[in-house]
Ligand binder design. Structure first.
Ligand code: HEM
Length: 478
């Protein structure tokens, strides 16, 4: 197992009494993911102690052993915790992302049915297939014929949003239609996520709580955005309740029906669940795919291999064919190593503890693991870690010539988290992304409009995005 870096490259950021690293945090407030990543990478044991004002400290780690300790070995010690819960409670309420203990176990158990093989097969062969063939590809065809510019990230968010609503709630918002309708909901959702996550940067939580109490500035905007989001989620819930009441037996197989028929009729609870699933399903796969198409354009030899893998399959891509596409799978893993959709994820300690790297953790302290930094550790990925090389995930059997995908251990690559709370939608996400890649690259080339050597910027608010989106032209593949 590779060992973390043993030497510090440069000194740690400067910390002052009372305010800790606040000056540097403030100066880097628009690139905190990148700044904390540098701090982790420059630390000898890949663990950095971020000192916040008023003596609050947060551990941030990129050390696989420590990540395993937090996410698995001491799972019950590291919870979401009160700070996380209160900071996000206006938006997420008691949804699965924001709870611990028995409540979390219940939601996880009911939700996990949604991700069994039968559901996933239905998802890829019907839901994703229809959204791809009836919406995404026609939008691309129009763009190719008329030489228009598209914001690929926006298109992919619409695509993912329609899909998650259809599979989880049996509801089609029709957000990716040729006219690309403005959706008040989507704007409100982005605002709500961004402002909620900005609360974490407040010098003390008291500040945003006072602002909320006075209903001023960003808190006023957050309140409006959250009520818009809740109204939309509640509409879905009420329509589903009506549908269930109208039917003598339950035919719907979606998650929402499952919650409603398990006796969960509390409107607030089910609405919270809907919001968490939209967050999980919309922004993660769309961000990953946006970076993927940019990286593939920048690496034509990878694109060639991908197209080769696609044309070897028949036109009709079902569940099994999609699963078999190992080169695309590897390319997506490689994309998310460099640009993880959840770049940093945070827990809180319920008791005092000592991490395997010797860091002392006090009860109540926040402890984050940093997939963005971990994808950049030379000792874990080799000297060529900067390169986009799907081959690092593949193994060729010299006798048979068969190429197989080799996963890294989930604590070295915690892009989907790891341990008992590992992402429930991992397989669903891969199936969806692979089906999109195969459907798009079989027919089209995706060409960024700004083709210079500048790397797009990753910005993060709970989940990451490409700053400003990705403007592309679509060309028919000859
Ligand atoms: C590339 C795509 C995705 C990535 C990288 C990803 C990553 C993650 C991560 C890091 C977490 C842990 C979050 C936390 O607890 O703080 C998580 C949890 C979760 N994800 Fe995903 N996710 C993806 C797609 C999806 C999709 C499509 C769904 C489908 C709805 C989904 C459903 C969930 C759920 C329900 C949880 C909560 C699990 C729990 O707390 O027990 N994810 N995901």
């Amino acid at each position: 197992k590779p060992k973390p870096k043993s030497k510090s490259k440069s000194k740690s950021p400067k910390s002052y009494p009372f305010i800790g690293h606040y000056f540097t945090i403030y100066a880097n407030r628009h690139r905190l993911t990148q700044w904390t990543s540098d701090a982790v990478l420059n630390s000898p044991n890949l663990t950095f102690l971020l000192r916040r004002p008023f003596g609050q400290s947060r551990v941030i780690t990129g050390n696989p052993e420590t990540v395993q300790h937090i996410l698995k070995t001491r799972f019950s010690t590291y919870e979401k915790g009160d700070t996380f819960r209160t900071t996000l409670s206006d938006l997420l309420g008691d949804g699965i992302f924001n709870i611990d203990g028995d409540e979390w176990k219940f939601q996880r158990r009911v939700s996990s049915h949604e991700f069994n093989t039968k559901s996933l097969r239905h998802f890829v062969e019907h839901v994703v297939d229809a959204e791809l063939n009836e919406r995404l590809l026609p939008v691309f065809t129009f763009s190719a014929e008329n030489n228009t510019v598209l914001d690929l990230q926006d298109i992919l968010q619409r695509f993912a949003f329609d899909n998650i609503c259809k599979i989880a709630f049996g509801y089609d918002p029709g957000y990716l239609t040729p006219s690309l309708p403005e959706a008040k909901f989507a704007v409100a959702f982005d605002d709500a996520v961004r402002i909620s996550s900005e609360r974490f940067r407040s010098i003390t939580p008291l500040l945003w709580k006072i602002k909320r109490f006075l209903n001023k500035g960003s808190e006023k905007r957050l309140k409006l955005a959250v009520s818009e989001v809740r109204e939309f989620a509640m509409k879905i819930v009420n329509e589903k309740k009506q549908e269930l009441a109208d039917k003598s037996s339950i035919q719907s197989v979606d998650l929402l029906s499952r919650f409603l028929s398990s006796g969960q009729l509390d409107e607030k609870f089910v609405t919270d669940m809907v919001i968490s699933f939209i967050l999980a399903g919309r922004d993660t796969t769309s961000a990953a795919l946006t970076w993927f198409f940019w990286l593939v354009f920048k690496n034509p030899e990878v694109e060639k291999e991908i197209v080769k893998e696609i044309v070897e399959k028949s036109d009709c891509l079902g569940f099994d064919e999609v699963k078999e596409m190992v080169y695309i799978h590897a390319s997506l893993c490689e994309t998310m190593r460099l640009y993880p959709p959840v770049p940093v994820d945070t827990k809180a300690a319920t008791t005092d503890d000592v991490l395997p790297d010797g860091t002392v953790v006090k009860k109540g302290m926040m402890v984050s693991y940093h997939p963005y930094a971990m994808g950049r550790v030379e000792k874990l990925w080799g000297e060529d870690w900067k390169e986009f090389r799907p081959e690092r995930w593949l193994e060729k059997d010299e006798k048979t010539g068969n190429v197989t995908f080799t996963a890294r251990d989930p604590y070295t690559y915690p892009v989907f988290q790891a341990g008992p709370r590992i992402c429930l939608g991992k397989d669903m996400a891969f199936l969806q992304m692979k089906r999109v890649v195969a459907g798009v690259l079989r027919r089209f080339k995706v060409v960024p409009v700004e083709d210079d050597d500048n790397e797009p910027v990753l910005v993060s608010a709970l989940t990451s995005k490409m700053k400003g989106g990705l403007r592309v032209k679509i060309k028919e593949r000859k």
